[in-house]
Design a protein around this ligand. Sequence first.
Ligand code: B12
Length: 442
Amino acid sequence: MRVLLVQAFTAQDMELVYPLGLASLAAHLDGHEVRIFDLNLHPEGPLEALDRALRGWRPEVVGVSLRNIKVARPGEHRDDFGPQREVVARVRQAAPGAVLLAGGAAFSLYAEVFMRRLPEIDLGLWGEGEERLPELLARLDRPWEVRGIYWRDGQQVRYSGDPAEVNFAALRRPRRDLVPLAPYAAHALTSVGVQSKRGCALHCIHCSDTFLLGTRVRQRAPARVVDEIQELVEDYGVRRFFFADTIFNLPPRHALEIARELIDRRLDVEWAAWFNEHRQTLPDELIAAVREAGCGLLSFSPDHVEDRMLARLDKNFRRADLDYTTTLGRRHGIDVEYSFFLNSPGETPATLLAILRFLAQAKRELGPHLRAFTLLMMQPIRLYPHTRIAELAREEGLIDRDDDLIEARFWNPGPLSLVVAGVQRGASLAWRVRQASRSAGR
Ligand code: B12
């Protein structure tokens, strides 16, 4: 069959994100002709370009990847759902006879909502697709025989039941040949993804990753991960990438083995990843190894700095660990960035101030190694479905019971929300001033 995999819009004001999910799916579609079309590569007229791709090739199945529900920043937010709706409608219009299949992280988070609000979608695949998409393509007339499928029965939307997790270690390498890598590689350090594990053993109350990928961490053999990186370097000239793992250093041994493998192969690469803050997950030998292996940035999401607040957010570390991260950055001369939630459950003026004090302390200690991006990473928590904080927000009456959370909702109650707006404005001004002075200095 001719299968066109379409990457729908990602956030327009952020990094271009390589469609890793589609490249990974494509690697498992033996016996089909597969192409990938990324709308985000066509800023001049994405929908027109999609139209041409559909009419020119006439695929029998169009798989649309709905990755983000978020396509803009809070504050600038207008309508996050509109762009997704337009893509689906355009596919239906330009390929009226094709089976329109939806999948991707945002689809999986909001599957029933998407199925209800976008009647053009014929079928939806929940979760990881490498093992089940080939099964589904072989049973398009009996989708209920495949687990994790949303299908239509007249006016009803039905679901075939939860699937098992994929055997991640056994998956093939993503098909990197199906979309040009150069535009992503040229964009941001975070644009090209490589995944070394799926699932997360942490339980932060705001996060929906465990709903999508489970709490059991499934790892790929370090040598296989580095084979993929070597392929990026040698076959595509891509030397900068981001580990698309929920947390890279859990378990620390796996991260260490990947770093050692990178060092042994002498690949001249530059990369970043998300790290957990708990001191035991950051042994010195790991930080020394990741630095030598090309890691230029430890990206942390501590979310808060006070023990009481960290406990409420169900984080696995405390303030002493966070202080340790700044020491590490200084000692190893490696860049560090942090993201924080403002006005999260239990916040008071004093705890909010504690975040700003921590940043001042981190700046003193880290100097230029504290990435200024931290200034933009201070936001109230956006509420996503299937999270404990969304449930809490319903219990506390912050959102309606039946709010489907497609439109952005934040945990940002009371008068502190005004302070939050002020802090965000100040931080964003400081960021702009810094960027302007950097470009003037160039
Ligand atoms: C790594 C990552 C990033 C990295 C990406 C690095 C890179 N170059 O790849 C960076 C830092 C750039 C990033 C940024 C953001 N991210 Co992010 N990110 C992730 C993370 C942890 C992994 C994504 C990934 O690469 N997975 C690996 C691939 C193989 O998996 P996949 O894409 O999900 O595809 C599989 C399935 O979804 C499915 N599938 C996918 N498409 C299709 C299509 C069809 C037809 C079918 C059948 C199946 C299918 O099959 C695939 C193979 O199994 C996910 C968390 C998660 N649980 O997925 C969040 C996640 C995707 N991000 C999210 C968000 C919100 C963002 C940001 C908006 C955050 C922000 N800063 O405000 C930005 C947006 C950036 C942008 N330009 O749009 C959300 C998106 C959903 C939502 N809530 O809107 C997620 C799901 C996190 C969450 N739980 O909320 N992110």
